[in-house]
Design a protein around this ligand. Structure first.
Ligand SMILES: Cc1cc2nc3c(=O)[nH]c(=O)nc-3n(C[C@H](O)[C@H](O)[C@H](O)COP(=O)(O)OP(=O)(O)OC[C@H]3O[C@@H](n4cnc5c(N)ncnc54)[C@H](O)[C@@H]3O)c2cc1C
Length: 421
């Protein structure tokens, strides 16, 4: 493998694929290659903890595009190979098998790798992450002979996995070190709602509990020991404790890297002709309290990809998409628009008891985000409120008999004059 490419994309995930798709859609006819350490055609990650783990979607059905698409668009797929170093002066990358590729423009879309446990027994057989399709294929191979599964981490991936595994009839114990699930991403109202739902579905949810040791019999997981001194039997452990952005080759090449590759509003890194996007990129975002953020969502990866493709093809539009996200657990569809971090007010609309509600987050009286559970209308109509940071009377906001669209029409005309977030 060698070559010279006008655009070389590192990472064949959501963001990498979308750059190639958007470039071709914009009529870019230079050479494009995508190099990725995973084997096979680009696939969607969200189903990994949902329908793919449940066995409801096949490998083909989670492909981002049918296999033939890439050949038809003349996108060279170099898979099963990682980039290990970059020479920004020479405009080359070196791969894990020592080959050198030249680029005119490099797009770093390398996502992240799942954090692993670091307690005694962390390398015991039967411990899994859910980051790649191969991870899930390994879980599926063991699932038939597994009854009790310990899930470490009560974030989205841990909870989605717990919901899917309960649906498959497994005994599931979730360990969350903090005092509530989803603490990093949502309010207490939403956390408590999901805790109640999981318990009602038969999940043994342990809050304030961390795993201190993985125990084994004959080298295979047999249980976990917690910080509370308990030993709990389990035949499999699934670890969902976040990711470490894949940034080492860029950092070693001299790029500015903090909690991710630092990029500007066009996705440009601090190195000439190198862009970064998606899960590994810390980007300016006017919807974030700190005005920069690293987001782990399909929306962000895809929209940053489109911004970069636009820049390359001469249409400079800074990245300013409203963040959105979804999570499916049991028959619940949670949809989020905006970023709630830093809110000073949270207004509940609808009824958590009836399993259909929204939480509207405000900061300095402006609407900054909504979490909507089985409340599609609020999600769809709430977007405009977040986009324009509208100021809405909180008493009216709590009245779910008034639609958000109606409230938006009555919104404060001087919202725009309020201080920005
Ligand atoms: C189980 C699961 C469920 C999710 N559910 C949702 C959801 O419901 N909604 C939502 O919005 N988001 C969800 N996400 C998050 C979403 O999938 C990610 O935000 C998105 O995939 C990020 O895209 P990306 O292109 O930045 O990175 P990725 O899709 O992770 O792609 C990066 C690729 O780069 C490869 N790579 C890394 N380093 C190198 C290297 N040095 N050389 C070559 N290749 C490399 C990686 O192996 C990977 O294939 C989920 C994620 C997971 C894991």
């Amino acid at each position: 493998m060698s070559g010279h490419y006008n655009v070389l994309i590192v990472g064949t995930g959501h963001g990498g694929s979308q750059v190639a798709i958007a470039l071709r859609n914009r009529g870019f006819n230079g050479s494009i290659a995508m190099i990725g350490e995973e084997v096979g055609y680009p696939y969607e990650r969200p189903p990994l903890s949902k329908d793919y783990l449940a066995g409801e979607k096949s490998r083909e059905r989670i492909l981002i595009k049918p296999a033939q698409f890439w050949a038809d668009r003349d996108v060279n797929l170099l898979t099963g190979n990682a980039v290990v170093s970059i020479d920004p002066e020479l405009h080359t990358v070196t791969t894990s098998v020592g080959e050198i590729l030249h680029y005119q423009t490099l797009i770093w879309a390398a996502g992240g790798h799942a954090h692993r446990l670091n307690c005694p027994g962390h390398d015991t057989a039967g411990i899994h992450s859910i980051r790649t399709r191969e991870d899930v294929d390994r879980i599926l191979q063991e699932l038939d002979r597994t009854e009790r599964i310990a899930v470490v981490g009560g974030g989205y991936i841990g909870l989605e996995a717990a919901a899917t595994l309960r649906k498959l009839g497994k005994n599931v114990i979730v360990f969350e070190a903090l005092d509530r699930v989803l603490a990093r991403v949502t309010s207490e109202t939403v956390s408590r709602f999901f805790e109640h739902e999981h318990r009602a579905q038969g999940v043994d949810l342990r809050l304030g509990t961390s795993v201190q040791e993985i125990q084994n019999v004959g080298g295979r997981v047999s249980g976990v020991r917690t910080n509370k001194g308990e030993t709990i039997a389990a035949e499999m452990v699934i670890v969902g404790i976040g990711i470490r952005p894949s940034v080492d080759p860029l950092r070693n090449a001299g790029a500015s890297v903090t909690n991710g590759v630092v990029v500007d509003e066009y996705g440009r890194s601090s190195l000439q002709d190198i862009f970064a996007l998606g899960d590994c990129a810390l980007h300016p975002n006017s919807f974030a309290t700190d005005l920069t953020v690293r987001l782990e969502s399909v929306q962000n990866a895809n929209d940053m990809a489109s911004t970069i493709a636009g820049f390359i093809t001469g249409e400079r539009q800074p990245y300013k998409s409203v963040p959105w996200f979804w999570s499916n657990q049991y028959d619940l569809r949670m949809q989020t628009v905006g970023l709630s971090t830093g809110h000073d007010h949270a207004i509940v609309r609808g009824s958590p008891e009836k399993r259909s509600f929204s939480v509207v987050y405000l900061k300095n009286r402006q609407v900054i985000a909504l979490d909507c559970v089985n409340a599609v209308k609020d999600y769809a109509q709430g977007r405009a409120l977040v986009q324009d940071r509208m100021v809405i009377d909180t008493v009216l906001l709590a009245d779910s008999s008034i639609t958000l669209k109606e409230l938006a029409q009555k919104a404060s005309p001087d919202a725009a004059s309020l201080p920005s977030l």
